[in-house]
Design a protein around this ligand. Structure first.
Ligand SMILES: *[C@@H]1O[C@H](CO)[C@@H](O)[C@H](O)[C@H]1NC(C)=O
Ligand SMILES: *[C@@H]1O[C@H](CO)[C@@H](O)[C@H](O)[C@H]1NC(C)=O
Ligand SMILES: *[C@@H]1O[C@H](CO)[C@@H](O)[C@H](O)[C@H]1NC(C)=O
Ligand SMILES: *[C@@H]1O[C@H](CO)[C@@H](O)[C@H](O)[C@H]1NC(C)=O
Length: 519
């Protein structure tokens, strides 16, 4: 077939133009949606009374991660997601970053968005940061995100986006806006429900995305963290739930589920979906004080019991090799960094030693997980600040001393710590609120409290056989105990000292300011 020179040059031009498109197509778009305080029993597919049609449908066509772990609190999970490293290696093993604390994830840690950017991605973040903001260098836009829209701290009002913080040194409680666009204060969104506001921003980024570059989008929803606030239309279907906290919470979950549906729809309508990997994960277990449930697991957010750390998560993508499956392989939130950078064809060469593993073959093809061990945490300063129902079950000194003399690992067993190795989980010190909270709508059975052994300073559970942590086995398996205590001691030796500075009253943005960098 004869070609005119014009047609020929057009074809050539089209070919040249299409090269970057072809290259980009090999790199998948990656969208990570993080829910906040979303409990194990709060997703439809865990037989919840809350309905989550979008999460159910997406995960049913994807891979549900049923042996997946997060950290028990917001900042720690986000920290590990962004660095691929355990908290003991960043000095952030204690609690969260409170709004007036002058610190952030160490600036020499290379974060996930930086690595994605180096791999050629457009990088966007929408939602809750919570990784420090006392100086500008700590902000998301200085740590690898091209754009950012969201909350720098946590616990804002869902409609006004105001966060109130007591500042004892100034003898006042400051209520100020916590919403930023890039590095600027984002005023003008008062009255817009955060779940919808953040979703709208995410879908608009997707809609405007130039597909010459692959997309990395991190959506850290405020939902379903307290305060319990939600437009009435989401609560209406839950009039059958008697507990008012649970009812509001259920409505918030429905809005969050709709958010995930809207984001997915935007990816489909934007023509990105066929080459997208969507990760959905909670950041920690549910908070039973504000409507969440981790039933039948023990404990809750802020504890190292399964209720605090076993997370709801799934991957949805047309690129999965075995879609429609359930993974029971051990996977941890720190694994996303090497996994996603691997998918991006990027390199983690510039990173400090990672604690995460590339688990893509495990998720996509059902291979055995490369992760054989998981350090949940070691935090010598741990305190449980929320009221825990029932008897006061903090360890007595006697129990601590007898525990300490049992093992000669060198590990101080009054320290709050936990480690997992294949089926075994060892806990030391006080793990946090240890109650088996009843299934929502049910009363606690008498036996569930009276049959409980007192807490010991060293406890061992076979999590595969006993995910509810009911049968304490340390006396039956002393060699397993000794081995895991030695592993804890090895981790302890390489621990970076805890960085948990006192509040800096200069954080105060004044009566008309917004929370943000002050140093
Ligand atoms: C989802 O999209 C619909 C239609 O645009 C919108 O009415 C709704 O508010 C969105 N939901 C969320 C949670 O953003
Ligand atoms: C990362 O480092 C290894 C070993 O030094 C090298 O073989 C590899 O090519 C590097 N990868 C990239 C993408 O730079
Ligand atoms: C063991 O850890 C506890 C809790 O962190 C601490 O109070 C105690 O001083 C430690 N004991 C020793 C001998 O280091
Ligand atoms: C729970 O216990 C209360 C008080 O004993 C009782 O009134 C209520 O009916 C019980 N609820 C259920 C669901 O069993």
């Amino acid at each position: 077939m004869a070609r005119t020179p014009l047609a020929y040059s057009l074809i050539t031009a089209a070919f040249l133009v299409s090269i970057p498109v072809v290259l980009a197509a090999q790199q998948p778009n990656i969208v990570v949606i993080l829910a906040d305080d979303f409990g194990w029993h709060d997703v439809g597919y865990h037989s919840s009374e809350i309905s989550t049609p979008n999460l159910d449908k997406l995960s049913a066509a994807g891979v549900r991660l049923e042996n997946y772990y997060v950290q028990p609190l917001c900042t720690p999970s986000r920290n590990q997601l962004m660095t691929g490293r355990y908290q003991i290696h960043t000095g952030m093993q204690h609690q969260i970053i409170w709004p007036c604390q002058p610190y952030c994830v160490p600036l020499d840690e290379k974060m996930l968005p930086q690595l994605m950017k180096e791999a050629g991605y457009a990088t966007h973040m929408v939602g809750k940061w919570h990784l420090g903001m006392y100086k500008k260098d700590c902000l998301p836009t200085r740590r690898g995100f091209d754009t950012y829209f969201g909350y720098l701290t946590g616990s804002e009002d869902y409609f006004t986006h105001v966060r109130c913080v007591p500042i004892p040194a100034l003898e006042l409680t400051r209520c100020a806006l916590d919403l930023r666009e890039g590095e600027e204060v984002a005023a003008g969104y008062k009255g817009v429900y955060s779940t919808e506001l953040l979703t709208q921003r995410a879908t608009s980024i997707i809609g405007k995305h130039n597909s010459n570059k692959p997309l990395f989008l991190y959506v850290a929803l405020q939902a379903v963290h307290a305060p319990l606030q939600v437009p009435q239309r989401y609560v209406a279907p839950y009039s059958f739930i008697k507990d008012p906290n649970r009812r509001l919470y259920a409505g918030m979950v429905s809005a969050m589920d709709e958010a995930v549906g809207n984001i997915t729809l935007a990816l489909q309508q934007g023509g990105l979906w066929d080459n997208t990997i969507l990760v959905f994960s909670t950041d920690n277990g549910g908070q039973t004080l504000t409507g969440g449930s981790n039933w039948p697991l023990r404990g809750r957010k802020w504890s190292l019991w399964e209720g605090g750390i076993r997370g709801v998560a799934f991957v949805a993508s047309p690129l999965l090799k075995q879609p429609g499956t359930v993974s029971r392989e051990l996977i941890h939130v720190s694994d996303w960094l090497p996994t996603l950078v691997g998918l991006a064809g990027g390199s983690t060469n510039g990173s400090k030693p990672l604690d995460g593993f590339n688990v893509w073959n495990t998720i996509s093809k059902g291979f055995a997980s490369p992760r054989l061990e998981l350090l949940h945490n070691i935090d010598p300063l741990y305190v449980d600040i929320a009221p825990c129902p029932g008897t006061k079950r903090q360890l007595t000194l006697d129990q601590v001393v007898s525990g300490a003399s049992r093992a000669n690992s060198g590990f101080n067993v009054s320290i709050h710590a936990a480690i997992r190795s294949s089926n075994w989980k060892l806990l030391t010190g006080y793990p946090g609120c240890d109650v088996w909270f009843p299934q929502p709508g049910h009363n606690a059975s008498e036996s569930s409290r009276s049959m409980v052994d007192p807490l010991k300073s060293v406890m061992l559970f076979d999590i595969e056989k006993d995910p509810e942590e009911r049968n304490e086995l340390s006396a039956q398996f002393p060699t397993v105990v000794d081995y895991l205590l030695r592993r804890l001691q090895q981790y302890q030796k390489r621990t970076v000292p805890i960085n948990f500075p006192s509040d800096d009253p200069r954080c105060d943005p004044g009566p008309t300011g917004a929370w943000g960098p002050w140093a």
